[in-house]
Every structure is written in structure tokens, then in C-alpha cells.
Design a protein around this ligand. Structure first.
Ligand SMILES: NC(=O)c1ccc[n+]([C@@H]2O[C@H](COP(=O)([O-])OP(=O)(O)OC[C@H]3O[C@@H](n4cnc5c(N)ncnc54)[C@H](O)[C@@H]3O)[C@@H](O)[C@H]2O)c1
Length: 327
């Protein structure tokens, strides 16, 4: 599919990821980008930088109301199914979070089928794997959910349902669809809803108040931190490709400890504070593994995508953006 000249809808368009997908589509010459959001979690500020761009339309719409999708999807070439409740908001409001992540995705696919949309790119998560083992995790790895915390388990199940919808509508209903399993996404316009990216922005906030970053355990917990611009590029490449019915990791393949993240934030801010270590027994967690080896071989081979930003450069960008918010 050609991105240049195309018309695209992003459900959950006022999100961290949706706003960057919009930026990328516009940079590649999309004719129209519709940002559909009910602002349950995101805010118009996330896309305020697009005000005045005649190609962008911000539509207040709810993926739980299918009639609102029929209107927005009419004439669209592709839909980015980004709207969803992350583990934290889903744990806080299970009835709404489950409805949005399951019924909302069903509505999205049904409305795409009805409107004749060619392709859906669905925002999934590496949470679909559950607790990671020690080995390299590729897309054929089974879900290991038995020891997951309940909120994470629910979130994971909703993403697996979304992925199954991709395969079903691709195979049976003529809607091409690809699911992208993101690792821990962070970057400019960062929010406080991502269970694993939270400590980046919290560490920064604490340092700005003259307080030390507080890290869980001994700081050796690792995550795979992927910058949102790399995630947005993966979305647009997935939309442009002919590939359908597939699931892809969107990961760096690099393990970074939470201690290393704090060191990066301390270095960028020029602070000599030392991290403190404390566990919050009530914290919602996705995974706290000392090992997380995720493969990006499949997406490199089939879509030609590779991450471009190191975690050092990505956090610098996040902090530069954050400073402009404080001004
Ligand atoms: N941020 C991450 O680290 C990460 C990792 C893996 C997967 N994901 C997935 O990527 C997607 C976007 O993540 P994000 O961090 O940008 O999230 P976010 O919380 O910033 O965005 C979710 C958006 O969906 C909107 N929304 C919620 N309910 C809606 C409804 N009923 N109708 C229309 N819009 C609705 C919210 O208002 C919000 O703007 C989510 O589906 C999430 O599960 C995110």
C-alpha cells in the first residue's frame, strides 16, 4: 500500500504511540490522517503540535460505539488499531479496560470489514509472551502466563485476542492485518500509564525535585526499551507492506537494567544523586525478570525494520521534550 496520498485512521490517536504514528504518516506524505479518540486516557495536548495541519482531523469517537467507527473509517485505506488500556489502567478499571481491549477491537475489525478498509495494524505487546524464560524469544514462543500478576494476565489475554482477530479477519473477511508486539515504549509525550516505562519519567521528576531515583529490588531487573519513533516507523512499514496475518516483535533486542536507565537520566540531568532501592509490594508489575532476550529477526527479514535509536539517545529526546513542558 502507498502511504503517500493515502487516507488513514488511528484509533486512540491522542496517545503516545498514535501521535507518533500520525507524525510518521504525515512525514511520508499521507493525504489524510484521522485521529479518533474518546480521550478516556489520552488528551488533545498529545496531538496539539498537529493543530493547523489541513491533512489532520481530530474526531471524538469511541471504539465501543461501532456507529462512530463506520463514519470515521469510510474511505480509509488503512486503520492503525492503537486504542487500548495498558496494564495499569486496565487493572484500575477492569470492566472498561476489558471492554475496550476486546469488544472495542472486535468493533474496529467489523467496521473495517464493513467500510472496505484494506489493512489494519494492531498494537499488541510482548506481554503476550507472559513471563520470559532465559532463551531468545521469537514469535513462535508460547505464552507463559501461569505466574503473571492478574492485571498483566488480563492485559496479555486481551492482546492475544486482538492478534487472533487479525488472523481471523485476514483469513476470512478480506481485511489484511498485522499485529505488532511492542516492548517497553518510551519517548516524547511520555505518559504515566506504562508499567515499565514509568520509572524513567518518575526518576526524572524526582531528580528535578532534588530527590534520588527509587528503583525496585537491586536495580538488576531488565527491560527492552524501544523508542516511540522506532515503533511508529514499524507501524507505517507494516501498513505499507503486503504482509498479512503475521505477528512481529517490535523490540531492540537489547536488555537494559532499571539501574542503567537511572544512570542515564542522572547523567543527562547532570545530577550526582545516588539511586535508592525499595520494593512496593502493591505495585502492578508486568515482569521483573533479570533476563529478557527478544528476537527482532522476523521483522527485519519480512518488513526490513530495524530500530534506529539507542536508549541513551531516546531518553535524551524524552528529557528534552519534558523540559519544554515545564517551561
Ligand atoms: N506504551 C507501551 O509501552 C506499550 C507497549 C505495548 C503495547 N502498547 C499498546 O499500544 C497502544 C498505545 O499505547 P500508548 O502507550 O500510546 O497508550 P495511551 O494510554 O497513551 O493510549 C491509549 C489511547 O486510547 C484511547 N482510548 C481508550 N479507550 C478508547 C475508546 N473506547 N475509544 C477511543 N479511544 C480510546 C485513550 O484515550 C488513549 O489516547 C495500546 O493499545 C497499548 O496496549 C503500548
Amino acid at each position: 500500500m502507498n502511504i503517500a496520498g493515502g487516507r488513514f485512521v488511528i484509533t486512540g490517536g491522542a496517545s503516545l504511540i498514535g501521535s507518533h504514528v500520525a507524525d510518521r504518516l504525515l512525514a511520508e506524505g499521507a493525504r489524510e490522517v484521522v485521529l479518533l479518540d474518546n480521550f478516556a486516557l489520552g488528551t488533545p495536548q498529545a496531538v496539539a503540535h498537529l493543530d493547523g495541519d489541513a491533512r489532520v482531523r481530530l474526531v471524538r469517537g469511541d471504539i465501543l460505539r461501532i456507529n462512530e467507527l463506520y463514519d470515521a473509517f469510510a474511505g480509509a485505506d488503512g486503520v492503525f488499531a492503537v486504542a487500548g488500556f495498558l496494564t495499569l489502567p486496565l487493572s484500575q478499571n477492569p470492566p472498561l479496560g476489558l471492554a475496550v481491549n476486546v469488544e472495542g477491537q472486535v468493533n474496529t475489525f467489523e467496521a473495517c470489514r464493513y467500510a472496505g478498509v484494506n489493512k489494519v495494524v494492531f498494537s499488541s505487546s510482548i506481554a503476550a509472551y507472559g513471563e520470559p524464560g532465559d532463551g531468545l524469544i521469537d514469535e513462535s514462543a508460547p505464552a507463559n502466563l501461569a505466574s503473571y500478576q492478574p492485571g498483566s494476565m488480563l492485559y496479555s489475554c486481551t492482546k492475544l485476542i486482538g492478534e487472533a482477530l487479525c488472523k481471523l479477519y485476514s483469513a476470512k473477511h478480506g481485511v489484511d492485518a498485522v499485529a505488532l508486539r511492542y516492548a517497553t515504549v518510551y519517548g516524547e509525550r511520555q505518559h504515566y500509564r506504562g508499567v515499565n516505562a514509568l520509572h524513567i519519567i518518575q526518576s526524572y521528576d524526582r531528580i528535578m525535585r532534588g530527590e534520588p531515583p527509587v528503583l525496585p529490588g537491586d536495580g538488576s531487573e531488565v527491560h527492552d526499551y524501544i523508542h516511540v519513533a522506532d515503533v511508529a516507523r514499524a507501524n507505517v512499514m507494516a501498513m505499507a507492506s503486503e504482509v498479512t496475518g503475521e505477528v512481529f516483535n517490535v523490540v531492540t533486542g537489547v536488555e537494559t537494567t532499571v539501574k542503567r536507565i537511572a544512570e542515564i537520566v542522572l547523567a543527562i540531568t547532570g545530577s550526582d544523586l545516588q539511586p535508592e532501592y525499595a520494593d512496593d509490594a502493591n505495585a502492578v508489575k508486568a515482569t521483573s525478570s533479570p533476563s529478557l532476550k527478544l528476537s527482532r529477526e522476523k521483522i527485519a527479514r519480512m518488513l526490513g525494520w530495524e530500530p534506529e535509536l539507542s536508549v541513551e539517545e531516546g531518553i535524551r529526546r524524552l528529557i528534552d521534550w519534558r523540559k519544554t513542558c515545564a517551561d
